[in-house]
Design a binder for this molecule. Structure first.
Ligand SMILES: [Zn+2]
Length: 485
């Protein structure tokens, strides 16, 4: 009779890759899934985990998180997001706004046992030499980022937009090297709204791209939120097979309150937040929005990032010389719902359950921004009848693994990584998670440190030198580059 280091007993095991939805046990040996079945027994000294009444799913993979910083936002330590993600049930994340050095440093200082891949944010005069980088420069920037341990790069058009030509060059330079390339939409010719999405087919040509947080372009700034979702689906359909996508389910966004010497709000995203409620895009407008309880400031309390508003938010924003991390409740629930649940028509004779989703994954866009509600809100959609149980797991775990080419994650096939999230279906909250068979979160508390740094083969040397555990991902196996030549 085989035995196991750890057995998770009598939970509802949900594994869309293997079409499993059954109450049974999962046996883990040496950090890998060894068996899924009934009556599995622990070895001497092994651990049995009672999961009666719980859902047991492959660990949540968050394809849009913030757990490091390129140096822009200093009023909170982004590495705190590692524990915040673990506490919400995430087991792997893709960091989308830092540098390889700040990421590996954060895992060392404040790691929570979760696996982390990161891209390097492209910020002129900070992480790249100049604005509107020419493609030759971008080729060097991408290869340098990969060798330092990033899996690719991210353009943040809502804050540092490039010309359309330069934007297309970034995509091309990354594609040539099979590097991840994520884009918070907007070029100098558009804004970080549906307008930004309308540019994508032309910018992309035959290229490949991670279109970040699609919900951010469906906030009802140009058309109604529902019309914007429909148009977003049409646009993304034009580039189907070339893009990977995610959307998040929190009402709150995350932005920055920076104002210039003339008292004007600098970046496009916070300008849009103010405009959406009729505030002027000035320092006075920002102050009033915070005082009125519309805007929130991020701050740290008891080692976790929280949101505060009113005078307290104004004080934080002023103490940061306006460069504070802020949040506004600008994401309509209707867009969140539509983007999370809409599927393509099923294939001939296919069950609706098997049809592909319009948007690949549910992300948090959280981490150190306190809105790590991907699991909780996806469970609310299940309880509302908008997603089946297996489809919820597809959006949270299976699809994100496919997106990133994490072929040993997102499913419970024998030999897969024992990364597991256990969820209470009534509260919708994750109650336990394991990474490589080790418990990293229990009852909503982070109980581990460290974590594996996910790099490409080009970053292996940097990963070794970091002293961290690491894993190498082959992005040729990712959905982003599948079929790419
Ligand atoms: Zn983000």
């Amino acid at each position: 009779m085989p035995t196991y280091d750890t057995v998770i007993k009598n939970g509802r095991v949900l594994d869309p890759a293997n079409k499993t939805d059954a109450v049974c046990d999962i046996g883990i040996n040496h950090g890998k899934i060894d068996a899924v079945g009934e009556g599995l027994e622990t070895s001497a000294g092994g651990r049995a985990i009672n999961a009666v009444g719980r859902w047991v799913m492959p660990g949540h993979i968050d394809t849009h998180a913030h757990v490091s910083s390129a140096g822009d936002e200093r009023n909170v330590d982004r590495a705190l997001g590692l524990a915040m993600l673990a506490e919400s049930g995430t087991t792997t994340c893709l960091d989308l706004l830092g540098t390889p050095e700040s990421l590996s440093d954060g895992i060392r200082r404040l790691g929570s046992g979760i696996n982390v891949a990161g891209v390097m944010a492209l910020i002129p005069h900070l992480t790249i030499p100049q604005d509107d980088p020419p493609i030759a420069m971008m080729r060097d920037v991408v290869s340098d980022a990969l060798s330092r341990g990033a899996v690719g790069v991210k353009m943040i058009g809502g804050y540092h937009p490039f010309t359309p030509e330069s934007t297309a060059g970034v995509v091309e330079a990354a594609n040539e090297q099979t590097a991840w390339v994520a884009f918070h939409l907007a070029t100098k010719d558009s804004s970080s709204t549906l307008e930004g999405l309308r540019e994508v087919p032309d910018l992309l040509g035959e290229g490949r791209l991670h279109v970040a947080h699609v919900n951010s372009y469906c906030r009802g700034m140009i058309l109604s939120a529902e019309q914007e979702c429909r148009e977003a689906f049409d646009i993304l359909d034009e580039v189907r097979g070339q893009v990977v996508t995610e959307s998040y389910l929190a009402q709150m966004n995350g932005t920055n309150g920076l104002c210039d010497e003339d008292g004007n709000v600098v970046a496009n995203v916070p300008q849009n937040c103010l405009t959406a409620r009729g505030y002027p895009t000035t320092e006075a407008g920002m102050r009033q929005a915070l005082l009125d309880g519309y805007g929130y400031a991020q701050t740290v309390r008891d080692g976790r990032v929280i949101l505060v508003t009113g005078q307290e938010a104004v004080d934080i924003w002023e103490a940061a010389n306006t460069a504070a991390s802020l949040s506004f409740p600008v994401n309509p629930a209707s867009s969140a719902f539509t983007l999370a649940t809409e599927q393509y028509e099923p294939e001939d004779n296919g069950a609706p359950d098997d049809a592909e989703f319009r948007i690949d994954a549910v992300s948090t866009d959280g981490g150190a921004i306190p809105r790590n509600v991907a699991i909780e809100r996806t469970m609310a959609l299940v309880n509302f009848g908008a997603l089946t149980a297996l489809n919820a797991v597809r959006k949270l775990s299976y699809n994100p693994a496919i997106m990133m080419g994490l072929i040993n994650k997102g499913h419970f096939t024998e030999g897969a990584d024992a990364d597991i999230t256990v969820v209470d279906p009534d509260s919708g909250l994750a109650t336990m998670s394991l990474v490589a068979g080790e418990v990293i979160m229990e009852d909503g508390k982070s109980v581990a440190n460290g974590g594996a740094w996910i790099v490409t083969a080009h970053g292996e040397k940097a990963a070794q030198e970091s002293g961290l555990k690491y894993e190498v991902v082959d992005l040729e196996a990712s959905q982003l580059y599948r079929g790419w030549s």
